[in-house]
Write a new protein. Structure first.
Lengths: 562, 304
């Protein structure tokens, strides 16, 4: 057991080659997957706060019908950068952080397959983060074409400069793609090749299944987006004509490149959060994950289907009828593996011995929000209905229920659950519950009113709107401000707990899993000896041991691979 | 499962169903006025999906809520729950239920789409017919030439070929098929009339023919639904649906009016001092001058 807290008393037992073993290592080119994991999460959270601040200015503008708080150009820059930062600087890096920290621990490995590649992939994130921030200060401001950057709007470049917000944006997105592909290669290799002896596919925790499924999407999808971004950059800077109609290009072709990746990207984001739900619910319900194998495999089915649904974003884009119907069916089909997961989680919780810790509350809250978003998602898949609400606030409400509702709540569930493991300290339960209450109320107040607005016909991305939409917009804005406030107890909780929280035991939740067998925080290279796995995960209510050996005890020689 | 539990479950399912049916009926009131034949179909589909969605949502949430309220561990109870790892019968059932629901929803959606296709509300494309082909089909003699819809940064302009009129307000006779030809002069725009439940992106470089049938008199909003740059939000105008006589009267008045510059929010805002608290002087694409037309809409006109 370790009483080390990271910032104050650096543990001196494990010498770390190449990296100082204190808080400074979080600012170094460390190759330790746990350091990189925390680097990703903390950096991403800073950008989450920044993106949230942009959103609060937007909601400030939208609290009145007229365009009066900020200039229209500023508003357009705000929503473009809000979306861009939340996706490329928050969700992707945050999830890579969770995967980096947890996957090697959960599969019984000492690090990722390619530790240096891992560090390079991470250090690209602050680089393109800085590029995005610089774009606020170039003449003409940042990109104002929305995070889709649909041409021809994205090609208009009113400044006439070569270096402009849009070209910097495209550069950042292309770099982000490169970084994510590096991460995906690393994570997929690690999961396929480095599982501990005895850990067959169906003894691997569900979180690793979802991470694997998500990262496979990165491998097949990102090349399309990155290629699209490079072509758009060429159109913008050197005058090629891939997408510019006045030069003979096809703007709709770009939409295919964009959505071929950017719809599956939603599953890259939500799948690991499904994994978090599958890890959290069994622990606090004291029951095995219901139908574990089916839940595990349904992640891969989602990956497969995610590659053939992208046109549902383009039902109004001049898409022929056969395509609308085909993609309507494929999109709806995704609700089958997703439905299986939802029912399995409910069955896991049902009849258990529930403990409503902060982590469990966020898990349940995230599940609720996801269920609602899933139902509006099926509605959106229905082409005749989508024609009406396409590009309205109904869509904005829907995907914020997914991304802010399910994903951010799932992230909080994960952080509260693994915080004792990451830091060796306990967080304050009372502050955590306050954080949950504010977040849950704020989210629903912010995003539920967007559904009636969309049904009534308020388009998304507007800086001003007709007065009849005012009522619901005021509610949404109040919700947004509350959501901003809700992050304060979280930040306070995390900082003060990390510094002076109660020392955490190795396994404070009495959870079953390799990461809970070792010290909190885990030593460098995690396991003294590689564990030998005997049983499937989630053995709650049975006495089967998880491993054949004690991975915290050193052996005279390494166990042979058996 | 004994008889009593079964009865309770059936009772709860019936209650869930009744509440869901009621919510499904409410769904009609969440929509704008039903001003086109297409709107009736879309609203019916939405009500159907809302009913099914409510049934699932309430069923799952009810179960979760019961567990959260009544299945909590006692304070010092450190024991585990029952070690139930799965139940093949149950898993088959809840795989089958979404499959059946999805096929049901998809079938109803397909039928709705098909009926709208007959009505033509989904634009030029008959099932399986590519857009370019549909667009090139010459109108038959019986049909009048379509109204040209020009979308630009940031104005809507409607050109009636016979008699030759330009307007920034779209006038349509009630209960007659409206035939439009959409084109854009610069970037993507979206032709969206919420009261008609119709929407079509206007793609520069393509002429897209588009049809629907207004069935209710009134003035409705026409909005740009595909983000088109700085003054995107201001790029809206009105659609007036009126009786055939009023429509003819309007045509006659318009044709007698000499062209003048219409009211245009984007152009006027661009040319006046900014009123916003925060203006960073970021450059914008210059708005096209206000359209010169025989009849102009006014932002002060009331709409539904």
């Amino acid at each position: 057991m370790s009483d080390a807290s990271l910032p104050l008393t650096p543990p001196s037992r494990q010498p770390q080659p190449g990296a100082p073993d204190n808080w400074r290592r979080f600012f170094s080119f460390s190759t330790d997957h746990k350091v990189i994991g925390i680097q990703y999460i903390v950096l991403a959270f800073f950008f989450f706060l920044f993106g949230g601040l942009l959103a609060m200015v937007m909601r400030g503008e939208l609290i009145t019908p007229d365009s009066d708080l900020v200039d229209r150009t500023v508003y357009n820059g705000l929503f473009t950068m809000h979306g861009t930062i939340m996706l490329f600087m928050w969700t992707f890096p945050m999830l890579n952080g969770l995967a980096n920290y947890l996957v090697p621990l959960m599969i019984g490995a000492r690090d990722m397959a390619f530790p240096r590649l891992n560090a390079v992939a991470f250090w690209l994130v602050p680089i393109f983060g800085v590029i995005l921030i610089i774009s606020f200060f170039v003449p003409g401001g940042p990109s104002q074409s929305g995070w889709w950057a649909y041409p021809p709007v994205s090609l208009q470049n009113p400044t006439g400069n070569l270096i402009n917000g849009q070209s910097l944006w495209l550069l950042a997105v292309a770099l982000s793609g490169v970084s994510s592909i590096m991460g995906a290669v690393n994570i997929v290799t690690t999961i396929v090749r480095m599982r501990a002896p005895g850990m067959g596919w169906f003894k691997m925790p569900a979180f690793c299944w979802t991470v694997l499924s998500a990262q496979i999407i990165q491998l097949f999808g990102l090349p399309a987006l990155t290629a699209g971004a490079v072509m758009l950059l060429l159109d913008l800077t050197v005058g090629t004509s891939f997408f510019e109609p006045s030069r003979g290009g096809d703007p709709v072709l770009y939409q295919h490149f964009f959505w071929f990746y950017s719809h599956p990207a939603v599953y890259v984001i939500i799948l690991p959060i499904f994994g978090v739900f599958s890890e959290v619910f069994p622990v606090y319900a004291r029951k095995p994950l219901f139908g574990y194998k089916v839940v595990a495999v349904s992640s891969l089915i989602i990956t497969g289907l995610s590659g053939i649904v992208w046109v549902h974003h383009m039902f109004a884009s001049g898409t022929p009828g056969w395509m609308r119907m085909l993609f309507m069916f494929t999109t709806m089909a995704i609700s089958v593996p997703t439905g299986i997961k939802v029912f399995a989680w409910v069955a896991t919780i049902w009849g258990g011995k529930l403990r409503l810790t902060t982590s469990m509350l966020f898990g349940l809250g995230g599940l609720t929000m996801f269920l609602f978003a899933g139902i509006t998602g099926i509605m959106l898949a229905s082409a005749p209905f989508d024609i009406h609400v396409n590009n309205t606030y109904f869509v904005v409400g829907h995907f914020h229920y997914v991304i802010n509702g399910a994903v951010v709540m799932g992230f909080y569930a994960a952080i509260y659950h693994w915080f004792p493991k990451m830091t060796g300290r306990m967080y304050y339960e009372g502050l955590g519950k306050l954080h949950f209450a504010l977040t849950f109320i704020g989210l629903n107040l912010n995003f539920l009113p967007m559904h009636p607005l969309g049904l009534q016909g308020m388009p998304r991305r507007v800086a001003s709107y007709d007065p009849e939409f005012a009522f619901w917009n005021v509610l949404a804005s109040l919700g947004a401000f509350l959501l901003g406030v809700s992050t304060l107890p979280f930040i306070l909780n995390m900082l003060s707990s990390w510094v002076r929280g109660e020392t955490a035991k190795d396994n404070p939740w009495r959870a079953i899993g390799l990461e809970w067998l070792i010290a909190s925080p885990p030593p460098h290279e995690n396991f003294e000896q590689i564990p030998i796995i005997l049983s499937a995960p989630y053995g709650y209510g049975s006495d089967e041991p998880l491993t054949a050996n004690d991975p915290t005890k050193e052996l005279a020689s390494e166990p042979s691979e058996s | 499962m004994n008889r009593r539990t079964l009865l309770i479950l059936v009772g709860l399912a019936i209650a869930d169903l009744l509440i869901s049916l009621w919510i499904g009926q409410q769904a009609y009131h969440w929509m704008p006025p039903q001003a086109s034949a297409e709107a009736l179909l879309v609203d019916h589909l939405f009500s159907f999906m809302t009913t099914l969605g409510s049934f699932i949502f309430l069923g799952v949430m009810g179960t979760l809520l019961y567990a959260v309220l009544f299945q909590r561990a006692a304070k010092y109870d450190t024991s585990d729950g029952p070690a139930i790892e799965g139940n093949v019968k149950l898993e088959v059932v809840w795989t089958a239920i979404p499959i059946v629901l999805v096929i049901w929803i998809a079938t109803v959606s397909y039928q709705t789409y098909d009926r709208m296709g007959i009505l033509g509300g989904m634009g030029p494309m008959a099932m399986g017919m590519p857009m370019a082909e549909a667009a090139s089909v010459a109108p038959t003699e019986a049909e009048p030439a379509p109204i040209n819809v020009y979308a630009r940064q940031w104005a809507w302009e409607f050109h009636y070929p016979d008699p030759d009129i330009r307007s920034t307000e779209l006038h349509l006779p009630v209960d007659q098929r409206a035939r439009l030809l959409l084109s854009s002069e610069d970037v993507l725009h979206g032709f969206f009339i919420p009261a008609f439940r119709v929407k079509q992106d206007v793609v520069p470089g393509r002429d897209i023919s588009f049809e629907f049938t207004p069935i209710r008199k009134g003035r409705y909003r026409l909005r740009d639904s595909e983000y088109s740059g700085t003054y995107f939000a201001a790029n809206q105008t009105d659609v007036v649906v009126e009786s055939a006589e009023d429509y003819q009267q309007w045509l006659a008045t318009a044709v007698a009016t000499p062209p003048f510059a219409a009211q245009n929010v984007a152009y006027e805002e661009f040319n006046q001092e900014t009123q916003s608290a925060l203006d960073l002087g970021w450059e914008t694409v210059k708005p096209a001058p206000a359209p010169v037309v025989n009849y102009a809409s006014s932002e002060n006109d009331p709409h539904e």
